[in-house]
Design a protein around this ligand. Structure first.
Ligand SMILES: [Zn+2]
Ligand SMILES: [Zn+2]
Length: 694
């Protein structure tokens, strides 16, 4: 139960009869004293609602300024004819101050209203003053207003009760708000919804749904806001079952296609992972706004339906009824980075610039991220440099971007600049990004330091740390770390250790790790392929065949390797030993010439490792038949000698192809950018940006 009247900032009301209010002399303090006290409450930092804090700081005035404004205010009010000086006029004045977010003036005007005694506060006055009290973060005033409400006889008025629920919910606790709600004889969808929202705000979506169900059971009238609030709670809970139940209720009340309800239902289906249901409701909606389109585009992209997301974005623009906004662009851009063709991202960036949409931080971050992931780190870097305002995401995208493109040191350097220059809060994702950069740059000590900055590290963070130690050749330390942190049963961690074993040719430890992987994931064909490759590496062909038979008997299918390259708006895909391309003969011919040239000029010899994906296929085609080499060769015969060749492979690039690509870049003086499962390799002048560690 709330404690009332604890600090008498407001005067005590004495009601003689129905229409006459007087203020007790001793509490009817001078304006100067009261406003001074009230101004002090404004300047305190105790405000619980951060969003309004900055606005309030603008409202802090000196007493002289405030007194001046109040004098002016009184003059304005004095000009109102006596007959109009009733509650309506006072309410209007209060509403004006509230709209201007002059909360101290709202309270002062209310005080004047009481002091003058010509008008009695009504059911519309108190909610406005209560709003000013919670927006200014002053629970003491709120509690006294509660006292006024009781004395003025508004304890069961739904306007006043709703405002009280909101005030207590915002400034005290949801339990106090509920207490007020339960004491009120009249309940309506607004107060039910308000309580449900308070529960959602407290991260208790289940209780919000309970409130909604109680409301349905009580037979109270239903409105779209109440329904949308409950559906929103299902989104947070990711409860498809509850969501479907609410969908049925929406249909029952004829609210399914109310704009607010249908959009919330669509979002709920997206959040609960049922894109099919989301699409069904989208197709049946007769009026779609930008929120509708964006929610579905976002749903497709998040579920990996990049093509569908892009298709929908194009359809939206072709229909032309609804224009995309910054959120729509931020939703579709991640799809572009994952499409084989790079043109989509550039196209959408161009459209974004032409559309005149406000390029806010969120959109710029999305564009930057798209360029990082599409292999255009220099474009991303240019956008980052030109950004006037940057948030923590902007910095993180760029730190991670440098790391993915083999410029780990640059990433760590950027992190240090961020720490030095900006006062923004560094979150866990940023620490993970700088740890990634340390791993790329093999900066062991810095990596250890940043790892310790991560509170409650996740498996991905442990694997990065193991990867860093293994890349640096510190296998003993890596093993001790795995044991101490008890993360030896996570395949991600073991795979990070295995990468290091490959880089440093640690065959004995490598084999042990592969065997552990086979134990942990007996149904993952890729692990047997790794083991089979290990035997192949040692030329133990009998074991290789035996393993292949085992994999076949188990009915497992190892992943096939593919590489692709974009040429004249078309994506050309190559498998291992692929001869299906119309220009196949030329592609192989070019490769044979190139290999001969690098063998003669650079003394190149193939360097097999145990990273082949399908040993039978890739071993037989070794050197010139690997998908990445076919794609590179196609790039060489179709592009200008000065152009950069951009190839993507679905799996890790093998050592032999990596070496060949380095030498080709040197012999032909042409840059090759190869994106594989782990990172981007920039081959230039005989070197790769990964430094041989990937
Ligand atoms: Zn290869
Ligand atoms: Zn490389």
């Amino acid at each position: 139960m709330p404690t009332l009247f604890t600090t008498p900032l407001l005067p005590r009301l004495h009601i003689r009869n129905k229409d006459s209010i007087t203020l007790r002399a001793e509490t009817c303090m001078s304006f100067r004293a009261r406003t001074h006290k009230f101004s002090a409450t404004f300047s305190s930092d105790k405000h619980p609602l951060s969003t309004t804090q900055s606005k309030h700081s603008r409202n802090i005035r000196t007493n002289t300024e405030l007194a001046g404004e109040l004098a002016l205010d009184r003059r304005v009010f004095d000009e109102i004819p006596v007959s109009d000086k009733h509650t309506f006029a006072w309410n209007n004045l209060i509403q004006t101050h509230l709209a201007n977010e002059d909360f101290d003036l709202v309270i002062s005007t209310y005080l004047q209203m009481l002091l003058r005694g010509t008008a009695r506060p009504d059911r519309r006055t108190l909610p406005r003053i209560l709003t000013a009290s919670w927006r200014s973060g002053d629970i003491f005033i709120g509690k006294q207003l509660h006292g006024h409400a009781l004395k003025l006889g508004f304890s069961s008025d739904h306007y006043v009760v709703t405002a009280l629920i909101e005030m207590y919910g915002r400034l005290d606790s949801v339990d106090t708000a509920k207490w007020v709600f339960e004491k009120s004889p009249q309940r309506n969808p607004v107060s039910w919804t308000l309580l449900a929202r308070l529960y959602i705000k407290q991260n208790k979506p289940g209780l919000a749904i309970d409130m909604f169900n109680q409301m349905v059971d009580s037979g109270d009238e239903m409105d779209s806001v109440a329904l949308a609030t409950a559906v929103g709670a299902c989104s947070i809970l990711k409860s498809l079952q509850q969501g479907r139940k609410l969908h049925r209720i929406a249909m029952k009340y004829g609210l399914e296609f109310d704009a607010l309800v249908s959009n919330t239902l669509l979002k709920m289906y997206v959040d609960c992972g049922s894109i099919k249901d989301a699409r069904a409701i989208f197709d049946r909606m007769t009026s779609k706004d930008v929120i509708t389109w964006t929610a579905l585009i976002n749903g497709y992209v998040k579920k990996g339906g990049f093509n569908e997301g892009l298709k929908l974005f194009r359809q939206m623009n072709m229909d032309g009824v609804v224009k995309p906004d910054s959120l729509t662009f931020s939703s579709v851009l991640p799809a572009c980075a994952r499409m084989a063709a790079h043109k989509h991202g550039k196209e959408i960036h161009g459209y974004l610039l032409r559309s005149g949409i406000n390029l806010n931080i969120m959109v710029q971050n999305a564009v930057m991220d798209m360029y990082v992931k599409s292999g255009f780190i220099e474009y991303a870097s240019r956008i980052f440099t030109r950004m006037k305002d940057k948030d923590v995401v902007s910095w993180t995208v760029m730190i991670m971007g440098y790391s993915l493109h083999g410029q780990g040191e640059q990433g760590v350097h950027l992190f240090c600049t961020m720490e030095r220059k900006s006062s923004m809060h560094i979150d866990q994702v940023t620490y993970a990004a700088v740890l990634h950069a340390c791993s790329t740059a093999r900066m062991v000590e810095q990596g250890k330091f940043y790892f310790n900055c991560i509170k409650a590290p996740k498996v991905a963070n442990y694997s990065l740390m193991v990867g860093l130690l293994a890349r640096a050749g510190l296998f003993e330390e890596a093993k001790i770390f795995i044991e101490e942190q008890k993360v030896g049963r996570h395949t991600e961690v073991l795979k990070a250790l295995l990468h290091g074993c490959r880089n440093h040719q640690q065959l004995v430890l490598g084999k042990r790790v592969i065997e552990q992987l086979c134990d942990l994931e007996p149904l993952n064909a890729d692990n047997y392929v790794l083991l089979s490759n290990w035997y192949a590496n040692g030329e133990r062909w009998a074991m290789v065949h035996k393993l292949r038979e085992t994999v076949r008997d188990m009915g497992l299918n190892p992943k096939k390797a593919y590489s692709w390259i974009e040429f004249r708006n078309k994506v050309h895909v190559f498998g291992t030993g692929d001869v299906s391309h119309p220009r196949s003969e030329r592609i192989y011919g070019e490769l044979q010439c190139l290999v001969k040239k690098i063998e003669d000029d650079e003394g190149y010899r193939p360097n097999p490792d145990f990273s082949l994906h399908d040993v039978e296929e890739e071993r037989e085609c070794i050197q010139i038949g690997h998908s990445e080499m076919l794609a590179i060769s196609f790039g060489l015969i179709t592009t200008q000698p000065s152009a950069t060749i951009r190839v993507t492979k679905n799996l890790r690039v093998c050592r032999s192809c990596h070496d060949s690509a380095k030498l080709i870049s040197k012999t032909l003086g042409q840059e090759i950018i190869l994106k594989d499962l782990n990172c981007f390799h920039h081959f230039k002048d005989g070197f790769c940006s990964c430094g041989g560690f990937w």
